[in-house]
Design a protein. Structure first.
Length: 509
């Protein structure tokens, strides 16, 4: 990979969980793989007073705990990496903090022989969203942002989710950001796009000629996108109880998965070519009418149960959750993509916390053969034939990453009885390397100026338009109640019933 220009990376929210668990370990890994540009410096910015040394010691611990290739304490690699780290104490809405930061960054540049004002910057906003606008405004006011037209100098800003909590707040946020930055400098992150298996959706579709001719309403009956999690809210209730599964998972990760499955082949893999196609898909999804929401969505909330021997309390008894909360921890949603390719093909999205197990999978279910050739079989054979399963292509995003194609095969013997059989591919068996983590890939892309796997302004706003329509429906007092499900199960029975009944109504061929 081509090494990019030198850069100083500043991440705001340096004391937070994301920095410790994901960002610093990702940067450490990039350094190990010799992918960071020469003279990279990494500066953590947060409110708490801390020395550079204290920060380095804390991050060292985080690397030992969370890095992909766990290093030994005191190893040469670890020291080499932590010597790139610095810490700056400051307030997110205080211009002096940002002026001091500028002086400090210029000094770091100078040490590397870069003249003041000529250093590239990658700012990473991993703070609570309430301070996003303050930080951006301060960066603007204190002249941290290079002119985007300058070919020899760049400033890029990565913005974490949640990107607003509805269309209105997302628009305000975009307006504030774009009053300081050019869209080409903004990198709205969705870590699902950094997952190898998610990028492989595009490779699978557009790098092979076998499936693309079948990839439409003529051959595909419906699509399931499932993101199941076995974890509960686990200490994040102050965020989660104000958010819910629809905003937390569907607005971003799941609509991105849908867009990648449903998009047209882009003209190239240039950032805007890919993003244009994704936006077209999102725009083709009709918004759901307020009084129609119960025909498209089921929401659930977990009640006490057990997952792998671990007792989970009622969601309402989780510390920090309001005792009368109607926040959904599960959602099942039916969407259509009203375009030439997908008209009439439902996309069923399901996600939830405290479910049986962790599983992210996209199942593409093909239509049954047009003629049930074996329909004249008798008695017990007939039962087998009725049980004939359609072909299903499963793209397993995590865990046990891989691809499975289920096809009907004749069971050896005198009778014509078919059985679904799987053709499988697993990453772990085929490739002998551990794939990079999502954040490694995305930070590296931002350093090299590739925004293909980041979300554009129109994408985020279109996604919110869809989500708002469901939220408005749920806010309506006539909307059906939230369904309870036991932790450690597959979600509310009502969701299963809704999807199963809906599928029965689909034409088979
Ligand atoms: C985050 C959500 O964006 O994604 C979390 O805020 C969720 O609630 C997480 O647990 C899931 O990510 P992954 O990579 O573990 O599937």
């Amino acid at each position: 990979m081509k090494k990019s220009d030198p850069v100083t990376i500043v991440f705001f929210g340096a004391s937070g969980d994301l920095a410790k668990r994901k960002l610093i370990p990702a940067l450490f890994q990039l350094e190990q793989d010799d992918l960071l540009p020469k003279q990279t410096r990494i500066v953590g910015f947060a409110r708490r007073e801390k020395s550079h040394e204290q920060f380095r010691t804390e991050m060292e611990k985080a690397i030992i705990e969370f890095a992909r290739s766990k290093p030994k304490i005191g190893s040469r690699e670890l020291n080499a990496f932590t010597s790139l780290l610095y810490y700056h104490t400051g307030k997110y809405d205080n211009s002096k903090s940002f002026k001091d930061l500028k002086i400090f960054l210029d000094k770091l540049d100078e040490e590397c022989g870069i003249p003041p004002g000529k250093g590239n910057r990658l700012f990473y906003l991993s703070t609570p969203p309430t301070v996003f606008c303050d930080i951006i405004a301060m960066l603007g006011q204190t002249e941290h942002i290079a002119d985007h037209k300058d070919k020899n100098l760049w400033t890029r800003v990565i913005i974490e989710k949640p990107f607003g909590r509805d269309l209105k707040t997302a628009r305000t946020l975009n307006k504030n950001i774009l009053s300081v930055l050019d869209e080409s400098q903004v990198y709205r992150i969705d870590h699902y796009l950094g997952k190898e298996t998610v990028q492989n959706i595009m490779a699978f579709r557009f790098g092979n000629s076998i499936f693309e001719p079948l990839w439409d309403r003529r051959y595909i009956s419906h699509v399931h996108i499932t993101v199941a999690e076995a974890i509960s809210v686990e200490g994040r209730s102050s965020y989660y109880d104000n958010t819910g599964a629809l905003r937390d998972m569907v607005q971003n990760h799941m609509l991105q998965l849908l867009a990648l499955v449903a998009m047209e082949p882009p003209a190239s893999f240039a950032p805007n070519a890919v993003r244009n196609e994704k936006v077209k898909v999102l725009n083709a999804i009709p918004t759901i009418e307020v009084n129609e929401v119960d025909r498209h969505a089921v929401r659930g909330q977990y009640a006490a149960g057990t997952i792998n021997g671990r007792s989970i309390p009622d969601y309402l008894r989780e510390p920090g959750v309001k005792s009368n909360s109607v926040t959904e921890t599960f959602v099942a949603l039916k969407l259509h993509v009203d375009n030439w390719r997908w008209a009439g093909v439902p996309f069923y999205l399901r996600t939830g916390k405290a479910l049986t197990k962790r599983l992210t999978e996209i199942n593409i279910e093909f239509r049954q053969p047009p003629l049930a050739l074996f329909r004249h079989a008798k008695s017990d054979e007939h039962k087998e034939i009725e049980r004939m399963k359609p072909n299903v292509l499963s793209l397993r995003v995590q865990p046990n990453e891989g691809i499975r194609l289920s096809i009907g095969m004749k069971i050896p013997g005198p009778k014509m009885i078919l059985q679904p059989t799987d053709m499988e591919f697993y990453y772990s068996k085929v490739f002998d390397v551990e794939p990079p983590k999502a954040y490694e890939r995305l930070i590296l892309d931002a350093i090299s100026g590739d925004s293909t796997l980041f979300i554009r302004q129109d994408e985020v706003e279109t996604a919110w338009t869809l989500i708002d329509s469901v939220l408005d429906g749920w806010a309506d007092e006539k909307s059906p109640h939230i369904h309870l499900y036991r932790a450690g199960t597959l979600g509310p029975y009502a969701a299963d019933e809704f999807i199963t009944n809906d599928i029965k109504k689909l034409a088979t061929f």
